[in-house]
Design a protein around this ligand. Sequence first.
Ligand SMILES: *Cc1c(COP(=O)(O)O)cnc(C)c1O
Length: 393
Amino acid sequence: MSSKTAWIDQEIAGLKQAGLFNVIRTIDSPMDAWVEIDGRQRLNFCANNYLGLANHPRLKAAAQKAIDAFGVGPGAVRTIAGTMGPHIELEKRLAQFKKAEACITFQSGFTANLATIPALVGKGDVIFSDELNHASIIDGCRLSRAQVVRYAHTDVDDLRRQIEATTAYGRRLIITDGVFSMDGDIAPLDKICAVAEEYDILLMVDDAHGEGVLGEGGRGIVDHFGLHGRVDVEVGTLSKAFGVVGGLVAGKQSIVDWLRQRGRPFLFSSAMTIPDVAACIESVNMLDESTELVERLWANAALFKKEMKTMGFDTGQTATPIVPVMLGEAPLAQQFSRRLFEEGVFAMSIGYPTVPRGKARIRVMNSAAHSQADLETALDAFARVGKELGVIT
Ligand SMILES: *Cc1c(COP(=O)(O)O)cnc(C)c1O
C-alpha cells in the first residue's frame, strides 16, 4: 500500500540501517557536568555549556528577578511592540564586553546568520565562504541569493585565488566560522582579515564556539587575534558558553543600525524572552568580573587532550576545548558512544552528514563545570571502551 509519506519511512529505515539515525536522549535534570538520563546520573560531555553557566545560581536568580519586574514574553517583534529595556541593556553590555561599536541580539545564532547575510549581500553579489562553514551560514547565503564561492577549508591562498578568479560581482563578502565546531580548529582570522583589507571586501566571522571561550576572558575570536575594529561583522551566540539562548551581531554602528531595519528575523520574529535576556546580562557580569571560568575550561581541555593522546587516541586538529575522537566509520562511533553511555559517560557520536563519510567521531565537549575527578572518570571510561573495541591497545 502506498502513501504520501512512505518515502519518509524508507529514508528513516535507511538511516537506521546505516547507523546514522539520531537517537535523542531525554535529560531529567538541569544541564550541568552531570545529567540524569534513564534514571541514572551520567557525566556530560555533549553540551556546549563551556563555562557551566546553564544552571548557575546567579543566572537563575537574575532570570527570576527579571520575570518579577518585566514578565516573561516580549509580546511581539521589537519594531512593532517596542523594544524592552533589558534587551537594550544586554546589547550595550555585549558591545562593551566585545569592544565593538554596537551590538544587536537575535533569538539565536542561527537567526543571527539568517538576518545578517541577506541584509549585506543580494542578487548579483558574491560571498566567499569556507567550505566547512556552519549550516546556518550556508542557509543565510542561500537566502541572500548572492553567488556563493567556496574556498578550501581555512586556506587563505585558495581564498585569494577565488577572489582573483571572480570578476563579475556587485558587493563582496567573506564569511568564516571562527571555531569549526566538528574539529575544534580556529580560522586564521588575522590572515583572512589581511586579504579582506587588501581587496576591500566586507568580512564576517561567526564566532559561536569562540564566544566566551577565545580571547581575553572569553571576549571572542576578534579579541583573540587583536582585530578590534577591523572585522566588519562578528556573529555570536548566547546559547553556548553564555549558558542561555540567543544570538548576537557585534560590529560597526552602521551595520547594527542596518540590521534593525533590514534583518528579517529581527523584523518578523519576536525577540529573546525576558528571563533569557536577564540571564545573559548576568553571564556578561560574571565574565567581566573574573576570567576564572574561562581559565578552568582551557585547563580541563588541555588535560583531557594530553591524556587522550597519551592513550593513543586520534584527536584530530583541535586547538580549542572541542575534542573530536576520530573513529572512522559511523557504526563504530555509535557503538563507542553506546558503551560510554553504559559506563556512565554521555558523549555523542557524530556521523554523516554532519561530518564527511568515513570521518565519524565522538565529539567531547569540555567544560569548566567538570572537576578533576570528573575528567579522570571520563578518561578511565575512554580507556576501557577504547581497548574493548580495539581502537587503542
Ligand atoms: C551553534 C552554532 C550556531 C547556532 O547557534 P544557536 O544560538 O544555537 O542558534 C551558529 N553558528 C555556528 C558556527 C554554531 O556553531
